[in-house]
Design a protein around this ligand. Structure first.
Ligand code: GLU
Ligand code: MG
Length: 451
């Protein structure tokens, strides 16, 4: 895998970033990474030290990559207590958040300044560059589902107007914070679950899209603190309740021409678009542990939950892991594929890199597109499932991890180091919480993926 290093600002660009922080009265700059368990970790510097955070970086033990959802450490031969990584803030993605705080995503480097292969933002940067080498441009739009706690109790109507009004002060403050930070929100609604809210973020380049997921969680959790509520980004905030998804929408173009519309395939797919879609569907069972790999994920990834528990595709099919949205006047961003099986315990950089990587491999291999599934896949007869190649995604964490560990595709797309760290933290979850009462585990991990 090739790595494409983070851009380094020239002296005058650094000076202008510093001036921007000073003009906005920023006191503190937070630089975050998302670890393989999907948890956001950060270091912080006084604003005057922004240059040092960008150029030489702040220290982090390699064990940052094997921190677990409950802060245990799943050491591996590669990730132990000896050594040092540098977290370098990408100031090209700097956002001023107001009231003295600024944020930037960070990437991991070794002490000599070489990108660390375990860095998931670096992997996504490399994946995007790999697409560009083939003339491909990708746009990614991300959805954020979250549950506000303490719950407002009975009376929450799914998609209800009143439900939204109940939390109006929080929502209005969050929209103001998003505006100030330059986070583009497309729409929001009261989701199906009790006290569940969804925001969709506008499509943009994949690296910025994954940064936006982190920024949106930071803002939601920051604003929530002022309203005396908390926000859960757990795949299963409450046992027996609705899960939180973290769906991603991908569109692709080649030399400016869309791949998912304007062709002669189903719904206007081009040959390359069909192959990309085929690659995504084909790779899902092996990569489920990347998209929905935590100990709680499988409780969400169930038939009937609109979470995409089956590897198959279908036009506007909300029960298929891969939902195709065609280019119509009702869809101004053009055609896209939504990967529904992703949940918020997935590292968004890693999920995006795997999603794009599957599409690219499908395209490169001219992967055949299986027949469409036009009903809820759980209703397919055995013959129809065989005809459409539909399979249930691994239905428990142990099977998802086994599938990932033995996958050459995962090794190619993610690299050994990320795979080692990811397997370590998820195996820890399986061993520690796998056999326990779901209600207790949901409670214990309710805020693990919040900021
Ligand atoms: N909450 C569902 C999930 O876990 C998604 C509902 C929907 O937006 O379709 O993914
Ligand atoms: Mg939703």
């Amino acid at each position: 895998m090739t790595t494409y290093p983070m851009p380094v600002l020239a002296d005058e660009e650094l000076a202008s970033a510093r001036a921007r922080l000073e003009d906005a009265d920023v006191r503190l700059l937070s630089g975050s990474v998302v670890d393989p368990a999907g948890v956001i970790r950060a270091k912080h510097v006084p604003a005057q030290r922004a240059g040092a955070f960008h150029v030489s970086g702040m220290g982090a033990s390699p064990s940052w990559n094997v921190f677990c959802v409950d802060n245990a450490i799943a050491f591996t031969p590669r990730f132990g207590v000896v050594g040092d990584l540098r977290l370098r803030a990408d100031l090209t993605a700097l956002r001023v958040l107001g009231e003295g705080l600024a944020w930037a995503p960070a990437e991991m480097f070794d002490q000599s300044g070489a990108p660390a292969p375990v860095c998931t933002r670096g992997l996504l940067r490399g994946t995007v560059a790999g697409l560009a080498e083939r003339g491909l441009d990708a746009r990614l739009g991300c959805e954020l589902e979250m549950v506000l706690t303490p719950r407002s109790g009975p009376g929450w109507n799914a998609y209800g107007l009143g439900a939204l009004l109940d939390i109006e002060p929080f929502v209005l403050d969050l929209l103001a914070a998003a505006d100030r930070a330059g986070l583009p929100i497309e729409q929001l609604h009261a989701e199906y679950g009790d006290s569940q809210l969804e925001f969709s973020i506008s499509p943009t380049d994949p690296l910025t899209a994954a940064d936006h997921v982190v920024l949106a969680r930071l803002l939601a959790c920051r604003v929530a603190r002022r309203h005396d509520v908390a926000v859960s980004f757990s795949p299963l905030p409450f046992a027996g309740g609705s899960g939180n998804g973290a769906h991603q929408h991908l569109s692709l173009s080649l030399g400016g021409a869309p791949l998912l519309s304007g062709g002669t395939g189903p719904y206007g797919l081009t040959d390359d678009g069909s192959a990309a879609l085929g690659g995504i569907v084909a790779g899902l069972p092996e990569l489920t542990a990347v998209f929905a790999g935590s100990v709680l994920s499988q409780h969400r990834l169930q038939p009937g939950h609109w979470s995409g528990a089956f590897a198959c595709w279908g036009w506007e099919n909300r029960e298929a892991a891969v939902r195709l949205l065609a280019a119509t006047p009702g869809n101004p961003h053009g055609a896209s594929v939504e990967l529904k099986c992703i949940d918020p315990s997935a590292n968004p950089y890693l999920a995006a890199a795997a999603f794009l990587g599957l599409a690219l491999e499908g395209l490169a291999e001219s992967e055949p597109l299986p027949p469409e599934v036009t009903v809820a896949p759980a209703e397919l007869t055995a013959e129809e499932a065989a005809r459409t190649g539909t399979v249930r995604l691994p239905a428990d964490q142990a099977s998802a991890l086994e599938a990932l560990e033995s996958s050459d595709r995962a090794r190619r797309l993610l690299g050994e180091e990320i795979l080692e760290a990811l397997m370590a933290v998820r195996r820890y979850e399986l061993e520690t919480y796998g056999g326990k009462d779901v209600e207790a585990v949901a409670e214990k991990l309710r805020y693990s993926w919040s900021a």
